[in-house]
Design a protein around this ligand. Structure first.
Ligand code: ZN
Length: 92
C-alpha cells in the first residue's frame, strides 16, 4: 500500500492511555475481518489493527505502552476519539 504513510493514520486517533491503562478500541475499523496478520509485537496472528494499520493485539499494544512510556507519547497506539460531552456543545 504505497499511499500508507506511517505518520498519517487510517482514521483519527484519540487520546494515548497512561502506561498501564487500557486502550479504547470500539471502532469497527480496528477489526480486519478479511485477514489475520502477525502481530508486530508478539508475532501471533491477529485481526486487530492500530489507527496506523499495524497488526497488533490490543493487549500487546497496552503492554507496549506500559513498557515504552516515552515512545508511547509519540502516538503509535491511541484510543478512539471519545464522543463529545454534552455540556460543551450547548454553548451558543
Ligand atoms: Zn500480539
Amino acid at each position: 500500500m504505497s499511499r500508507r504513510n506511517r505518520k498519517e493514520p487510517l482514521f483519527e486517533p484519540g487520546l494515548i492511555p497512561a502506561p498501564g491503562g487500557l486502550l479504547d478500541w470500539r471502532d469497527a475499523q480496528h477489526f480486519d475481518r478479511w485477514q489475520m496478520r502477525p502481530c508486530v509485537l508478539c508475532d501471533k496472528p491477529t485481526p486487530m489493527r492500530s489507527h496506523h494499520g499495524e497488526p497488533v493485539h490490543k493487549a500487546c499494544a497496552e503492554d507496549w505502552i506500559a513498557a515504552n512510556p516515552t515512545e508511547a507519547r509519540l502516538g503509535r497506539f491511541a484510543s478512539d476519539i471519545q464522543p463529545k460531552r454534552r455540556r460543551d456543545d450547548d454553548h451558543a
